[in-house]
Design a binder for this molecule. Structure first.
Ligand code: NAP
Length: 326
């Protein structure tokens, strides 16, 4: 049993879900700590322009993240830098982190997801030397150069458009002949003279000269033919993988590794909740994952209230000499 501080709620992850949860929890006077391994804000830190967060017709991801962060701190949530390595249960829930143990009555897993890799030769070798998944971080290096973007979802199309600010040519390589991205983004990309599409194609290899990327070898999925496309940069946006390795033996995960949670954001472990990008089945938009943070806190409040009732009932029974409930 823990003898030092026990928070009502420990939120793992300082992205839109975790910070929204912190705002709602702190305003409900639930003692809350948010643990973030890098900088608060999560993936949106890397988004150049957010256009679909109500109230902000256009705001950079970094600024929105900073506003979430400041907002959570204003209401008293503690935001700490720590990497959580695992969760154990010993009366209270204990988070084992690289900066020591943290105890809480409830835990919200809001660790989000990271970019998937293609898993082709040359990809790992040229990360940071031409292969990237952050147009905002690296786009600047491709002024007047040619880049390829892999993927057909919102990220590939949005980031491809962003890259046209710098690159003279952006080729979007997609494995089908129809994009998955929202129609408005598709129309903008198709109207952009710097963007061309390589349909029904997959990257087989990232090509380089030992120092930097020189192109990609692509294969047409319909006839198997292979072509080398020259490129100075390769931006990979083929979806996300969940950040769940630290709980893979603790909570139930779906086959892709996302945390399984019920409609009340409860995992299979009592007191452990999951919300946002990391949750199996989540719709991964800033507005929806932020809302999940708020909804999860409502369920956590019920959980904490029930726990208190149970504790009070057990105390009352023990004072009367009755057996305690299990
Ligand atoms: P996504 O929607 O999962 O799209 C991934 C894309 O990569 C798909 O087009 C998929 O092809 C392709 N792909 C997957 N595995 C591949 C592989 N091994 N090789 C080649 N291509 C592969 O991922 P996302 O674009 O990162 O978006 C993630 C979530 O964030 C979505 O819910 C999206 O709506 C949201 N998002 C929203 C915004 C916004 O609202 N402004 C911006 C960015 C992201 P198929 O189409 O054939 O499956």
């Amino acid at each position: 049993m823990a003898t030092d501080t026990v928070y009502d709620l420990a939120v793992i992850g300082g992205g839109p879900t975790g910070l929204t949860a912190a705002i709602y929890a702190a305003r409900a006077e639930i003692s809350t700590v948010v643990l973030e391994k890098a900088i608060a804000g999560g993936q949106i830190q890397n988004t150049m322009a957010v256009e679909n967060y109500p109230g902000f017709p256009e705001i950079s991801g970094a600024e929105l993240a900073e506003r979430f962060h400041e907002h959570a701190k204003k209401f008293g949530a503690q935001v700490r830098t720590a990497t959580v390595q695992g969760i154990t249960h010993d009366g209270y829930l204990t988070l084992n982190t690289d900066t020591g143990a943290i105890h809480a009555r409830a835990v919200l897993i809001a660790t989000g997801a990271h970019w998937k890799r293609m898993g082709v030769p040359g990809e790992e070798e040229y990360i940071g030397r031409g292969v990237s998944s952050c147009a905002v971080c690296d786009g600047f290096f491709y002024r007047d150069k040619e880049v390829v973007v892999v993927g057909g979802g919102d990220s590939a199309v949005e980031e491809g458009m962003y890259l046209t600010r710098f690159a003279r040519k952006v080729t979007i390589i997609h494995r089908r002949a129809a994009l998955r991205a929202q129609k408005i983004l598709q129309e903008r990309a198709k109207a952009n003279p710097k963007i061309t599409f390589q349909w029904n194609s997959v990257v087989k290899e990232v090509l380089g000269n030992g120092t930097s990327v020189t192109g990609v070898r692509i294969a047409n999925v319909l006839d198997g033919s292979e072509t080398d496309l020259p490129a100075d940069g390769v931006f990979v946006y083929i979806g996300m993988r969940p950040n769940t390795s630290f709980v893979q033996n603790t909570v139930e995960l779906d086959p892709e590794g996302f945390v399984k949670a019920d409609c009340c954001f409860r995992t299979n472990v009592p007191g452990v909740f999951a919300a946002g990008d990391v949750r199996s089945g989540a719709w991964r938009q800033i507005i929806t994952v932020a809302a999940e943070g708020a909804l999860a806190v409502r369920e956590i409040e019920y959980f904490l209230a029930e726990e208190q009732l149970t504790e009070a009932e057990e105390l009352w029974r023990s004072r009367r000499g009755e057996a305690t409930r299990m």
